[in-house]
Design a protein around this ligand. Structure first.
Ligand code: SF4
Length: 155
């Protein structure tokens, strides 16, 4: 179940105004994200790291920002961006894996694009968040069963 907290109606990404503050190192990736990005010709050794504490794959940092940020602060993989980036202007605030997994999303704080631009498609955000939640749950199971090395090799 997805809970979207905060009441934002419209949004546009003003990454130049805020210095692309959402594009931090450590964006969490699903296996599909990794495969898609790898398919663009990137090597996993270059962009991927494993977070042992949270058992999650993440994008490495580069100069304090996401590895995929361009020199004009643009996303260089926009058409293939990770699911987590598609949830903007919301970020994952809390996830709990009880009988039914629950994810809470909260708006980015002090976003200059809030209330401007296109109407937010909450149904799409809910669908992307649900797919992230299920993929991550499956990934945790697979890591327990096979180990992360085997998973990386199978990509
Ligand atoms: S993948 Fe693109 S949108 Fe996502 S954090 Fe990195 S640069 Fe920003």
């Amino acid at each position: 179940m997805i809970h979207i907290l905060g009441n934002i109606d419209k949004w546009i990404c003003e990454y130049r105004k805020c210095g692309a503050k959402c594009c931090t190192p450590g964006i969490q990736l699903t296996l599909d994200d990794i495969k898609r990005i790898k398919g663009l010709g990137y090597s996993v050794e270059d962009f991927l790291e494993f977070d042992e504490e949270n058992q999650a794959f993440r994008i490495k940092g580069k100069n304090g920002k996401c590895f995929f940020i361009g020199d004009k602060l643009q996303c260089t993989i926009r058409e293939n961006e990770p699911v987590v980036c598609r949830l903007l202007p919301f970020r994952v605030f809390e996830v709990s894996y009880a009988d039914e997994p629950i994810m809470k999303l909260k708006p980015v704080v002090d976003c200059p694009g809030e209330g401007r631009g296109k109407k937010i498609n909450k149904k799409k955000i809910e669908a992307d968040a649900t797919s992230f939640l299920h993929e991550h749950q499956k990934l945790i199971r697979d890591i327990k069963k096979k180990g992360k090395k085997e998973i990386i090799q199978s990509l």
